[in-house]
Design a protein around this ligand. Structure first.
Ligand SMILES: Nc1ncnc2c1ncn2[C@@H]1O[C@H](COP(=O)(O)OP(=O)(O)OP(=O)(O)O)[C@@H](O)[C@H]1O
Ligand SMILES: [Mg+2]
Length: 504
């Protein structure tokens, strides 16, 4: 191999004596998509934060085109030609799309002083247009966009090259985790265009099929150490999983238990909200009903309607045969409807609070006897139990949630949802950003809950997950329900055709 564009040798980083990265060694060739894989907490984002100058390494070295460099801050990283799309979406909701695009960058100015808004919007538009996302209005507040569109804006921001500094390497930390399949396709096209122009991409993803398709080589991190770098064409999925986990895991879905008992747990009849129109289904106890559709078709909004997060405009909702009245998410929670939201940082977690507070606090009333607050010890014990059920990787219940890796934060949200022993479990992209091993564990857990009579609504953009897990799938299109199909014999392409409204 000729001189790598970027090489890291034995990068290491500890937090409070606990190693997050022990030996991060990578060599990225010009024009390649290089995947970086590893279990949740393996150290991928830590390595990336070092490259971004967001944190500094305790040990190790970095060179660019064979020249040793030091990266002490984000400006240096940018000067060296590195561009980032980080795992957690950092946007300022009150600002417009254009302003968010230029966050942390010099705004275009008039007479050296006034921000030139017209120029700002013009550049924003051309940046969006270049990514084929011209449907997003740069003037609009970013908070009004779908999560997928917000992500695409952040991706566009990484491509702005206003100061003429040539980008060499784009580093993407799970860019497709919040995207639907059609949005991902758009991104893959952009990536192909980049590599054609000799740029390199470091691509972090837990989606094996995606990595197999777009990457040329893969490096695997395990417990903070680079354990292998392989050419994708020469490695099988099973080998890759074994490299990541050190064990053999079937890349499959847990076996179905006996089918649902015949008692209705959740029944919607012509239920409507501002985003969904007249949704009707009857979910049995022990049944898993999948929800799918293109981005923004209303699948997440069905969950939001049921949980009382969106306005309920009409129709009826019955829980265990009892008609529900309009209520808040807290009241629904008390009714036994648990919810795992899609955007964990915004709707799901208190990042500064501990794991134990994030999981157990929501249920304190159940734990406490006669209204007396339960003891700290009991709270920790309870959070430890639930943490082990979702196989959370942490230093203990007192650890603040922001310190956890992305996938482990997702597990905290799930832990909280199942802790109360819900009747109905609403899951929105529950395995987004979760590694293969943990994904299998979560799927197994959901199956067990269903086998014990919990009714599950599962919204997912991962079609294989839907087909592997659900008993039936409800397809949404533009806020309307277009079909409910049994999963037996269903293929991904048939499901996609239904979402698009094409004859299968
Ligand atoms: N600020 C911090 N303080 C303490 N520990 C941290 C901090 N940031 C990360 N860690 C720990 O470092 C380890 C590696 O985390 P990292 O975020 O790099 O994992 P990852 O490979 O990106 O995982 P994921 O796939 O879940 O995103 C984890 O155990 C995490 O808890
Ligand atoms: Mg990460």
């Amino acid at each position: 191999m000729s001189v790598p564009v970027l090489e890291t040798r034995s990068l290491a980083k500890s937090y409070g004596g606990v190693p997050a990265l022990k030996d991060g060694s990578l060599a990225i060739a010009r024009g390649e998509v290089h995947a970086l894989m590893g279990e949740n907490g393996a150290g991928k984002s830590t390595l990336i934060r070092i490259l971004a100058g967001a944190t500094t390494a305790d040990r190790g070295s970095i060179s660019i085109e064979g020249v040793p460099v030091s990266i002490d801050n984000p400006t240096q990283s940018r000067r060296l030609g590195l561009r980032f799309i980080h795992q957690e979406l950092s946007i300022i909701p009150e600002l417009s799309v254009a302003e968010n695009l230029f966050l942390g960058r010099p705004y275009p100015r008039r007479m050296g002083f006034f921000a030139d808004w017209r120029e700002l919007n013009r550049r924003a538009f051309s940046a969006l247009d270049a990514l084929d996302i011209g449907h997003i209005d740069p003037n609009q507040k970013i908070a009004r966009l779908s999560l997928g569109d917000q992500m695409l804006v952040k991706i566009a921001a990484a491509f702005l090259d206003e100061d003429g500094e040539a980008a060499r390497i784009y580093v993407m930390d799970e860019p497709t985790a919040a995207l639907t399949s059609e949005e991902s396709e758009r991104l893959f096209k952009v990536i192909a265009g980049l590599t054609e122009r000799g740029r390199s991409v470091i691509y972090v993803s837990h989606r094996m099929d995606e990595v197999m398709r777009i990457a040329k080589r893969v490096s695997v991190l395990r417990d903070g150490e680079t354990v292998a770098t392989r050419i994708i064409a020469d490695i099988s999925k099973a080998e890759m999983i074994e490299l990541m986990t050190g064990r053999r895991i079937a890349d499959a879905y847990p076996r179905r238990h006996a089918s649902a008992v015949n008692t209705s747990a959740l029944r919607l009849a012509a239920a409507s909200s501002p985003s969904v129109c007249e949704v009707t289904f009857d979910l049995q106890a022990g049944e898993i009903l999948g929800l799918t559709g293109l981005s923004g078709a209303g699948q997440s909004e069905i969950l939001r309607l049921v949980v009382g997060a969106d306005k309920w405009l009409g129709g009826t909702i019955e829980l265990d045969g009892r008609e529900l009245k309009a209520g808040t998410p807290a009241e629904r929670w008390a009714d036994g409807i648990a919810y795992v939201p899609r955007e964990r940082r915004r709707e799901g977690l208190l990042p500064r609070a501990s794991i134990s507070d994030n999981t157990v606090l929501a249920h304190l009333r159940k734990l406490s006897r006669a209204g007396i607050l339960c003891s700290r010890r009991k709270e920790l014990q309870c959070s430890a139990e639930i943490a082990s059920r979702v196989k959370l990787k942490s230093t203990g219940g007192r650890q603040p949630v922001f310190q956890l890796s992305g996938g482990n934060q997702q597990k905290v949200v799930l832990a909280r949802a199942i802790l109360g022993g819900p009747r109905v479990l609403l899951l929105d992209e529950p395995t987004r950003g979760v590694d293969v091993g943990a994904k299998f564990d979560i799927h197994t857990l959901v199956r067990e809950l269903a086998a014990n009579g919990v009714a599950v609504l599962l919204a997912s953009s991962d079609l294989s997950e839907l087909i592997g897990m659900a008993d039936r799938i409800l397809v949404m299109r533009e806020g309307r329900q277009v079909a409910i199909v049994p999963t037996a014999g269903l293929t991904q392409s048939k499901l996609l055709a239904l979402s698009f409204g094409e004859p299968a």
